[in-house]
Write a protein that binds this ligand. Sequence first.
Ligand SMILES: [Zn+2]
Length: 185
Amino acid sequence: MAASEDEDDDEDISTTVYSSAGNGQSTNAAVGRPMVAAIRCTAGHLNPPQAKRCRVCPQTVPPQQETHVPRPVLGVLRLSTGEDIPLDQDVLLGREPKPTSQSIDKQHVLRLPSPGKDISRNHLQIRLVGWRVMVTDLGSTNGTTIRPPGGGPAEALPPGGTRLVEPGAEVTLAGVVSFIYEATG
Ligand SMILES: [Zn+2]
């Protein structure tokens, strides 16, 4: 967990991120964002309809009529490489990630540095399903582990396996690059 914070600004960070927008459509923020049912905490953060406590802050979520809103950005992936990836759409991570025909057409594609080629070309897929964040190992060679929020032992994700991750979870690819899923409002 102890990440080095003294990276030189001049260092060539080879992590790159870009958005693949299907069919050359506009990537206007609201376009393509599914509608979700939502209620608000006392501080105004959007939450799933059954929430009792806010997913972002310590406030409670009082009983109320739900509304339908474009799904908010669910959070951010804070990578050990220094990148922050917003969870406004799906994410594909790997050493040489190439979206397959099965991939949905809008997602972040994140190339991770892996000089020892520990990370697989297509290593991990993150899918946003309603309010949920699902992580799927794409049959990677060196595996994926997930540490639940609040610590506890990291669990290996079977090759090809999918898990729901909660805010605060730490996901590690091939033991070399990790990210923490942080909920935002
Ligand atoms: Zn809140």
